[in-house]
Design a protein around this ligand. Structure first.
Ligand code: CAA
Ligand code: NAI
Length: 732
C-alpha cells in the first residue's frame, strides 16, 4: 500500500487495522514500505516487561522485513509513552533492560522514527532518543521527569540528550524534570520536525516518506558530539540545584550524570549512568517519591464517591474577605469561577477587593494570568455585597469569617435562609465542629468543611471535611472544587484540627517540651531544616503570628487536662507584644521588615526562667534525639488520626503533611518515613518517652497493632479497598 501524505483514507485504514494486534503489546503493521509499530499499554503505554520484550521482537522483525524501508514507533491512546512502568521498580529488574532495548533500536541499520503525540516522558523520551529521527504533533510534550521519582533517567537520557541538544539544555531539563512543548523541543534540536498532521501516525508516515525520498542518512544520538562547555558550568549547576533540592539527592545526581557525558565515551557514560540510576532506584528517597506519586493519584479514589457525580459548580459565594476569604476568592476567580463576596460593611469589602486585586495583579506579573483574564475577573466574575440575599443563586458558599462558633452558626442560619436548594454550604473553619455548624441548618446533608491553607490562592492543600450527614454528591463537589482550583484535595473527618492541624498541634507540643527541657527553639528549627522542611516550627509560628496560638491556648484553658504539661514561655512572649513577624519580634528578630530573622536571645532568658520555676534540669539533646522525639510525636498522632478514621489511609496523612505543612516530599510523608525507620523503633521510642511523660506519650493502638502483626503503614494503604494505585504499587 502506498501511503500518501495527509491521506485521510490511510488514517482510517490504520485505525481499523491497528485493532488487529499481534501477540504482545507492540503491534507491527506494514504500511507500504513503512513498518508502523504501535505501543499499546493503557493508560499511558508504560514500558512494562511485555512492552520491552515486544519492542525487541518488533525491531528484529523490521530488520528482517525486506519490504520495510523505515519504521515508525507510535503510542496508542492519549500519549506516546509515559516512561518506565514505575510499578515494576519494586521488583528486581528483568531482561530485556530498557537501555538494551533502546541500544537495539539505535543499532538498527534502517531508519527508525519516533512519532510523538501527547507526552514522551522518561523512558518514553529515551526510546525516542534511541530512534534516528523524532517528529512531534502540535501540543506534544517531551521531558525527563525521573528526578521527581528520586532517580535519574536510566536508559541513556543523561547521555543522549546532551549529545543531541547540548549540555545547557540537558542541565535545564533533566534536574528540573520539567517537560517542554513541541516547538521548544524542535528549537532545541530534540525534535526534527513538528508536524501539521493531527495524528502521530500520519505525522510519522509523512516523515518516513521524506526520509525514504531524500535518502536521509541515519543519525544516532550516541555518535553525536556536543559542543564542549567549561567545567564550571557543571559546578555552578550542581550548587544551584543542591540549594533548591534541600536534601533530595536525585537533582544533583542528574547534573553529575550529564557531566559524565562531557567526560567520557558514550559506552562508559552509559555504564556510569546505570550505576547511578541503580543506586538511586534502591534508595529510600526513590521509595518515598514513588509512594507520593501513587498517593497523589489515590487521594480522590474514595468508595463513598465512586460513580457519584458532583453538583453543578459555576459560581461560588465567599463570606468574609479577610486573609482566607480574599485568598479563596482569588483562587476561584483565577480558575474561571464567578464569585460573590460578602463582608460586613463597605469598608471591609473595599479591603477585600484591594487584596484580591493585589493577588490577581501578582499572578499577571508572573505570567500566570493574562491581562484580559484580569479584566474579565473585575468586570464580570467578581461581585461584592453586604447583603446575604446576593447568594441566592450561587452553587456553593465558603464561609471564612472569624473562628468563633457563634458567629459561624449565625452565618449558617442566614445561608440556610437565602441559598437555593442544592447549594453546597461549606465552612473554612480550622478547628471548629462542622457537625455543630451543620446542625443549625435544615439541610445538614449539604454542609461540608472545605479547609483551605494560607495563602489560599497559592497553597496546594484542601482538606475536604466530611461531617456525619454530608451527602456523597456534596463530598464529590468538594473534590470537584479542588480540581477546578488546582488543589490537592484530601478527605478528612471531623475532629479538633482535622488531619493536619491536629497532628501539627501534637508535634508542636512535643517541640515545646523539647525546648523547655533544655534545647533551644533555634536548635529545633535547625534540625527540621536539615530534615528537609522549608522552615522550622518556630519560624513558622513567627510567620503565622504568635497571637493565634495564644488565643487558642486561652480558649482551651478551661478544659485543659490537669495531667497535661503546660508551658508558659510562649504566653510570656505574647505578653511582651512579641507576635512574630508582624511585630518584628518573636522567636526571631526581624530587622527592617526582613522576612528572615535572627534568633531572639531574650527567648532563652524566658526559657531559663520557666525551667527555674519548674525545677527542670536542662538536658542537652543531640540533633538525632530532637528529631526522634519530634517525628515520634507526629507519627503517633498521625496513627491515631488513621485509627479513628479521621484520615482514611496513611497516605492521606502523608499528602496532607507534604502539601500543607512543608514535609519534604522526598521523605514521602510521616507514615512513609515511619515505615522506613521501622515502626518497632518508633513505638519503642514512644514507650521510652512515656516514662517521662505518660500523659502525652500514649502510644496509638494502631501503631501497637501494626508492630504486633509485623505490618506497616504501606500494608494498610495496600489493604484499603479502593486504593487501586497504591495497591498496585505495593503489590508490584
Ligand atoms: N508507570 C506506571 N503507571 C503509570 C505511569 C508509569 N510511568 N504513569 C502513569 N501511570 C498510571 C497512574 O498511576 C494512573 O493509574 P491509576 O489510573 O490506576 O491511578 C494512570 O497511569 C493515569 O495516570 P494519571 O492519572 O497521572 O493521568 P494523567 O493523564 O493525569 O497524566 C501522565 C498522564 C502525564 C503520563 C502522568 O501519568 C505522568 O506524569 N506519569 C509519569 C511519567 C514519569 O514519571 N515517567 C518517568 C518514569 S521513570 C522512567 O522512565 C525511568 C527510566 O529512565 C527508565
Ligand atoms: P480574618 O480575620 O482575616 O477575616 C475574617 C473576615 O470575616 C473579616 O474580614 C471580617 O470582617 C469578616 N466577617 C466576620 N463576620 C462576618 C459576617 N458575619 N459576615 C461577613 N463577614 C464577616 O480571618 P481569617 O484568617 O481569614 O480566618 C477566617 C477563617 O478561616 C477562620 O475560621 C479561620 O480559622 C480559618 N482559617 C484561617 C487560616 C489562616 O491561616 N488565617 C487558615 C485556614 C483556615
Amino acid at each position: 500500500m502506498i501511503v500518501r501524505r495527509g491521506s485521510a483514507l490511510c488514517l482510517r485504514e490504520f485505525r481499523v487495522s491497528s485493532s488487529i494486534k499481534s501477540s504482545g503489546q507492540v503491534s507491527y503493521e506494514l504500511r507500504g514500505d513503512v513498518a508502523v509499530m504501535t505501543v499499546s499499554n493503557a493508560p499511558v503505554n508504560a514500558l512494562s516487561l511485555a512492552i520491552r520484550q515486544d519492542l525487541v521482537a518488533r525491531i528484529k522483525q523490521f530488520e528482517e522485513d525486506e519490504a520495510a524501508k523505515v519504521a515508525v514507533i507510535v503510542g496508542e491512546g492519549k500519549v506516546f509513552i509515559a516512561g518506565a512502568d514505575i510499578r515494576e521498580f519494586k521488583r528486581p529488574a528483568t531482561e530485556p533492560h530498557l537501555p538494551d532495548v533502546i541500544d537495539g533500536i539505535e543499532a538498527c541499520t534502517k531508519p527508525v522514527i519516533a512519532a510523538i503525540h501527547g507526552v514522551a516522558l522518561g523512558g518514553g523520551l529515551e526510546v525516542a532518543l534511541g530512534c534516528h529521527f523524532r517528529v512531534g504533533v502540535k501540543g506534544a510534550k517531551v521531558g525527563l521527569p525521573e528526578v521527581h521519582l528520586g532517580i535519574i533517567p536510566g536508559a541513556g537520557g543523561t547521555q543522549r540528550l546532551p549529545r543531541l541538544a547540548g549540555y545547557e539544555k540537558a542541565l535545564e531539563m533533566i534536574p528540573s524534570g520539567a517537560p517542554i512543548g513541541a516547538d521548544a523541543a524542535k528549537a532545541a534540536g530534540i525534535l526534527d520536525d513538528v508536524s501539521d498532521e493531527a495524528d502521530a501516525v500520519a505525522a510519522g508516515l509523512a516523515f518516513a516518506r521524506s526520509v525514504i525520498d531524500n535518502g536521509t542518512p541515519l543519525r544516532r544520538c550516541s555518535e553525536l558530539v556536543a559542543p564542549a562547555v567549561d567545567a564550571q558550568v557543571f559546578a555552578d549547576a550542581k550548587a544551584a540545584v543542591a540549594k533548591r533540592a534541600r536534601g533530595q539527592k536525585s537533582p544533583v545526581v542528574c547534573v553529575e550524570a550529564i557531566e559524565v557525558a562531557s567526560q567520557t565515551s558514550f559506552a562508559d557514560g552509559m555504564a556510569k549512568e546505570r550505576e547511578m540510576f541503580m543506586e538511586l532506584k534502591n534508595s529510600a528517597q526513590h521509595r518515598a517519591l514513588a509512594h507520593a506519586f501513587f498517593a497523589d493519584r489515590a487521594l480522590g479514589k474514595l468508595p463513598e464517591i465512586e460513580g457519584i457525580a458532583p453538583r453543578t459548580l459555576k459560581s461560588i459565594g465567599v463570606i468574609g474577605g479577610g486573609t482566607m476569604g480574599a485568598g479563596i476568592a482569588t483562587g476561584a476567580l483565577m480558575n474561571g469561577l464567578s464569585v460573590t463576596l460578602i463582608e460586613r460593611d463597605d469598608e471591609a469589602l473595599g479591603r477585600a477587593k484591594a487584596t484580591i486585586a493585589k493577588n490577581v495583579g501578582g499572578a499577571v506579573k508572573k505570567g500566570k494570568l493574562s491581562a484580559e483574564q484580569e479584566q474579565r475577573i473585575f468586570d464580570k466574575a467578581l461581585s461584592l455585597s453586604t447583603d446575604y440575599a446576593s447568594l441566592s443563586e450561587v452553587d456553593l458558599v465558603v464561609e471564612a469569617v472569624f473562628e468563633d462558633i457563634d458567629v459561624k452558626k449565625q452565618v449558617f442560619e442566614k445561608l440556610d435562609a437565602v441559598c437555593k436548594e442544592g447549594a453546597v454550604l461549606a465552612t473554612n473553619t480550622s478547628y471548629l465542629d462542622v457537625n455543630a455548624i451543620a446542625a443549625v441548618t435544615k439541610r445538614p446533608q449539604d454542609v461540608i468543611g472545605l479547609h483551605f491553607f494560607s495563602p489560599a490562592h497559592i497553597m496546594k492543600l484542601l482538606e475536604v471535611v466530611v461531617a456525619d450527614k454530608t451527602a456523597p454528591d456534596v463530598i464529590a463537589t468538594g473534590f470537584q472544587l479542588g480540581k477546578i482550583m488546582r488543589k490537592i484535595a484530601v478527605r478528612a473527618g471531623v475532629c479538633d484540627g482535622f488531619i493536619g492541624n491536629r497532628i501539627l498541634a501534637t508535634y508542636r507540643a512535643a517541640a515545646d517540651a523539647i525546648v523547655v527541657d533544655g534545647s533551644t527553639p533555634f536548635e529545633v528549627d535547625d534540625v527540621m531544616l536539615e530534615f528537609g522542611f522549608p522552615m522550622g516550627p518556630y519560624a513558622v509560628a513567627d510567620l503565622a503570628g504568635l497571637d493565634i496560638g495564644w488565643a487558642t491556648r486561652k480558649r482551651k484553658a478551661p478544659t485543659r487536662d490537669p495531667r497535661e504539661r503546660y508551658f508558659t514561655f510562649a504566653d510570656r512572649m505574647c505578653e511582651q507584644g512579641w507576635f512574630g513577624q508582624k511585630t518584628s519580634k518573636g522567636y526571631y528578630v526581624y530587622e527592617d521588615g526582613a522576612r528572615k530573622g535572627t534568633p531572639n536571645p531574650a527567648v532563652l532568658d524566658i526559657l531559663t526562667e520557666e525551667r527555674k520555676e519548674k525545677q527542670i534540669n536542662a538536658q542537652n539533646l543531640s540533633k538525632e534525639q530532637i528529631l526522634d522525639r519530634y517525628m515520634a510525636a507526629m507519627v503517633n498522632e498521625a496513627a491515631k488520626v488513621v485509627e479513628e478514621g479521621i484520615a482514611l489511609r496513611p497516605l492521606d496523612v502523608d499528602m496532607t503533611l507534604i502539601y500543607g505543612y512543608g514535609f519534604p516530599r522526598w521523605r514521602g510523608g510521616p507514615m512513609q518515613y515511619a515505615d522506613e525507620i521501622g515502626l518497632e523503633k518508633i513505638l519503642s521510642n514512644i514507650k521510652a518517652y512515656a516514662e517521662e511523660d505518660g500523659y502525652f506519650w500514649q502510644p496509638a493502638k494502631l501503631l501497637e497493632e501494626l508492630v504486633a502483626s509485623g505490618r506497616s503503614f504501606a500494608d494498610l494503604n495496600a489493604e484499603s479497598g479502593n486504593n487501586s494505585a497504591a495497591k498496585k504499587h505495593e503489590n508490584a
